[in-house]
Every structure is written in C-alpha cells, then in structure tokens.
Design a protein. Structure first.
Ligand code: AMP
Length: 174
C-alpha cells in the first residue's frame, strides 16, 4: 500500500453519526498509529513549506489535533477557531448557513494579526461553511489566508466552492 492508501485504510466510516444519513469519518484509528499520525501531519504541511506561513488557524475540534504539529513543521504559531461561547476573552464571530439554521465560529480578537500569513486547518471539509467562515475571520483581521488544508475532502458536497479563490489542499478525497 502507498502512503495515502495506508491513511485511507485507517479511517473508519461510521454510518448515521451524528444523525441519520451522515457517514462520519472517524480518524481516531489513524491517530493511534504514530507513523500514520506523522504522515498525516507531513502531508498536510507539505504544499505550504516554502510559503512563509506565520500562523496556523485550527478549526474546532479536530483542527486542534493536527494544528500544532503542522504549525511547528512550518515554523508558525497556532490559534484556535471555536464554536460560540467557548473562548474566554473578547471574540469576533462569523456565521454560516447550515442545513437547518445557522452555525457560528469565533476567534479571540487578538488571535490573528494584520499582515499575518495564515493557513487554515481542519480534519474534514464537508459543505465548506465552517472553513469559509473561519477564513473570513482571518481576512477581517487583516491577515492573508495563504491556503486551507484538510486531511479529508468530501468532494461530493462541493465545499471547495465556498472557499472561492483560496488555495485548497486536501490529502484524501472521497
Ligand atoms: P462543513 O462546515 O460542512 O464543511 O463541516 C466541517 C466540520 O464538520 C469539520 O470541522 C468536520 O470535522 C465536521 N464534519 C462534517 N462532516 C463530517 C463527516 N462526514 N465526518 C467527520 N467530520 C465531519
């Protein structure tokens, strides 16, 4: 098996979680294997190595798992984009459409500095709403979003389109 085949084999599909009709991509078996954990972080960071990324912005919650090792591989810092009400200090928020209702994502007011070169990171891009909202937060703070990296892209959901002209890198496509 090649590298991406090994990663694929370690991702568990869980049907009907968290609700009927959704096939959840469970990455916990992959995280359990040190070689696959390292490989995932290497492949996420790879296209951004010479791009002067200064901050990795990880999206709750599995963006917090890959975020710090990818940030260290790129010589960048790390910050978190969280669901509403989780961050302790002053925040700015962006909303996005969900199938029913609205979702929201927040960062601390000082999480992203003007001029910073930001890499947005999450485990999965599905509809792309969360990632697009997180990218807007970084842009609002005056940062440049260098790109977005995902371990898994569910390309039948078309999430990439929501990210417009941003560079999107996904390690595995489904
Ligand atoms: P979306 O805004 O639709 O792109 O959803 C992205 C967020 O939901 C990410 O933080 C993912 O971790 C999570 N997510 C959405 N769909 C799945 C799925 N099928 N398996 C695992 N995580 C998912």
């Amino acid at each position: 098996m090649n590298d991406t085949q090994r990663l694929r084999a370690a991702i568990r599909d869980v049907a009907d979680f968290p609700k009927p009709g959704v096939v959840f991509k469970d990455i916990t078996p992959l995280l359990q294997d040190p070689e696959l954990l390292q490989l995932s972080c290497d492949l996420l960071a790879e296209p951004f190595r010479d791009r002067q990324v200064s901050l990795v912005l990880g999206v709750e919650s599995r963006g917090f798992i890959f975020g710090p090792p990818v940030a260290l591989a790129l010589g960048a810092g790390f910050q978190i984009a969280r669901k509403p009400g989780k961050l302790p200090w002053d925040t700015i928020a962006e909303s996005y459409e969900l199938e029913y209702g609205k979702g929201q994502i927040e960062i601390h007011r000082d999480a992203v500095q003007p001029g910073q070169r930001v890499l947005l990171l999450d485990d999965v891009i599905a509809t792309g709403g969360t990632a697009a909202a997180a990218a807007r937060l970084a842009t609002r703070m005056g940062a440049e979003v260098v790109g977005c990296a995902f371990l898994i892209e569910l390309d039948f959901l078309g999430g990439r389109q929501k990210l417009g002209n941003l560079e999107v890198h996904s390690v595995l496509c489904y």
